[in-house]
Design a protein around this ligand. Structure first.
Ligand code: ADP
Ligand code: MG
Length: 253
């Protein structure tokens, strides 16, 4: 099934996965994933290691390629056409577990490289916006440092600011706090919470169930490549339906 949406992009969900299937060789890693994310919605995706969470969100900006089903982002269907891939990537920001900053560039240059190089923004304008975003992620005084001179929590906040520089319509987070020392987790979650409160659409893979409770509109539980359960935090934590969800919650809570 391949349809180009003719309705205005702003009318429908901002991210939609319909019947998405993916295989790594003969390993069926995503099984009929359906997910519809409205503008401003916050989705938390959780589930055991190896359940396909990273693969699923990486398909949304084509870091991985799905083989069956449809993925539509802000009215653009992801196909192998490079124009659709570029159009989608302009709309989607991503933050990884391992920060993925450019180690040889200052914090400021990490933030301004994309906008100046890829979008032709003037350097001084990009630097003004970068300074503003560094204030927003609470590290206004780190612009001249290099990533290696920052703590993990600071680096991850730089990574969030860098993603925001490209003015994404939706932000994907893949276990953004999993590589951090415990005392740094909350400083990253606080920034993510503020972003959520500011209205950003977010899909977050995380095991931080307190964050899920506070911020998520919908909690999605994946196991073995499937969406097993998707529910409001109250329902998900208060009355999980599937035995697999119950088992998982017993392990992480
Ligand atoms: P999660 O993020 O939930 O831990 P992943 O999406 O990373 O899970 O991985 C899901 C499954 O796919 C795992 O069994 C993993 O080993 C496998 N997998 C991930 N990436 C690849 C790859 N590039 N090639 C083959 N198998 C992969
Ligand atoms: Mg993962």
């Amino acid at each position: 099934m391949s349809t180009t949406t003719s309705s205005p992009a702003s009318a429908g969900p901002i991210v939609e996965l319909r019947g998405v299937n993916k295989w790594y060789d003969d390993f069926h890693v995503l099984r009929d994933i359906n997910l519809s994310v409205g503008r401003g919605e916050k989705i938390v995706v959780c589930g055991p290691s190896g359940s396909g969470k990273s693969t699923a969100i990486r398909c949304i900006n084509r870091l991985e390629q799905h083989q069956e089903g449809d993925i539509v982002v802000d009215g653009v269907e992801l196909t192998s056409d490079v124009r659709s891939i570029n159009a989608v990537r302009r709309k989607v920001g991503m933050v990884f577990q391992s920060f993925n900053l450019f180690p040889h560039l200052s914090v400021l240059d990490n933030l301004t490289l994309g906008p100046t190089l890829a979008q032709g923004e003037k350097k001084d304008e990009a630097e003004d916006r970068a300074a503003e975003l560094l204030r927003r992620v609470r590290i206004p005084d780190q612009a001249r440092k290099f990533p290696g001179q920052l703590s993990g929590g600071q680096q991850q906040r730089v990574a969030i600011a860098r993603a925001l520089m490209l003015r994404p319509q939706v932000m994907l987070f893949d276990e953004p706090t999993s590589a951090l020392d415990p005392e740094m987790i909350s400083e990253v979650l606080d920034v993510m919470t503020e972003l959520a409160q500011a209205g950003m659409t977010m899909i977050c893979v995380t095991h931080e169930m307190g964050f899920a409770r506070r911020v998520a509109d919908l909690v999605v539980f994946m196991d073995a490549g499937e969406v097993v359960e998707a529910a409001s935090p109250d329902q998900f934590f208060g009355a999980p339906q599937s035995p697999r969800t119950q088992l998982f919650l017993n392990q992480v809570l």
